[in-house]
Design a protein around this ligand. Structure first.
Ligand SMILES: [Zn+2]
Length: 67
């Protein structure tokens, strides 16, 4: 009767495994620390490849201007 869960589930970005979005899952949205590390590693690699590029070029143009 109390099986209805309001827990949100997400798919692990790395392997697609369903992961419950709860505090217990410290690796969310990843299913495990391995997937988290793998994904972060790829992200870090991409960041490294574009090192030196401005992160937010739009901010530099937004010099007190109101759109
Ligand atoms: Zn995973």
């Amino acid at each position: 009767m109390s099986t209805v869960s309001s827990v949100k589930a997400v798919s692990c970005p790395n392997c697609g495994t369903q992961v419950e979005w709860i505090e217990k899952n410290e690796y969310r949205p990843f299913c495990s620390d391995r997937c988290k590390l793998i994904d972060f590693g790829q992200w870090a690699t991409e960041q490294h490849s574009i090192a030196g590029a401005p992160s937010f070029p739009d901010f530099e143009d937004d010099d007190g201007g109101i759109q």
